[in-house]
Ligand binder design. Sequence first.
Ligand SMILES: Nc1c(C(=O)O)ncn1[C@@H]1O[C@H](COP(=O)(O)O)[C@@H](O)[C@H]1O
Length: 164
Amino acid sequence: MSSRPVAIVMGSQTDWDTMRHAVDVLAELEVGTDVRIVSAHRTPQRLYDFAHGAVDAGFSVIIAGAGGAAHLPGMIASMTRLPVLGVPVQSAALSGMDSLLSIVQMPAGIPVGTLAIGKAGATNAGLMAAAILANQDAALAARLDGWRAIRTAAVTERPEGAEG
Ligand SMILES: Nc1c(C(=O)O)ncn1[C@@H]1O[C@H](COP(=O)(O)O)[C@@H](O)[C@H]1O
């Protein structure tokens, strides 16, 4: 496996505050990432080169985050067989509903695994990428199990401040 098996792309610098959560969780799991800005609208040639070169570049999973008219994940998926996880970035005008609907409703044959809007979606995209890779990597599977066990143990049975 490549030392950077997950490509994380986003439509704009302004998406970084959201997409860094995918990078962070993958770093915790010791999964290497390659992070770039790629836009179907603003840098179409970069998008084409990235998507067509993704397999040869050694990527196993692509996470693509975009907001508004979020065509990026679907356009990437149209040009590679690699699994593409789409993160709808929260937009100012429509709170991310535009991003979500732009990403989720793909035509049959060109799948994008669509996550939740915003930070939770970016974190879960990272975890899902790790879960895909863990099928072929026992050490990563153990790290992912450990990561989940720590979060489970941190949830107290009773809410703090409740009586009885
Ligand atoms: N949705 C897309 C694409 C695309 O889909 O290719 N490229 C940029 N964008 C989005 O435009 C929003 C506003 O971008 P700016 O803040 O740079 O104006 C960002 O959320 C970005 O993902």
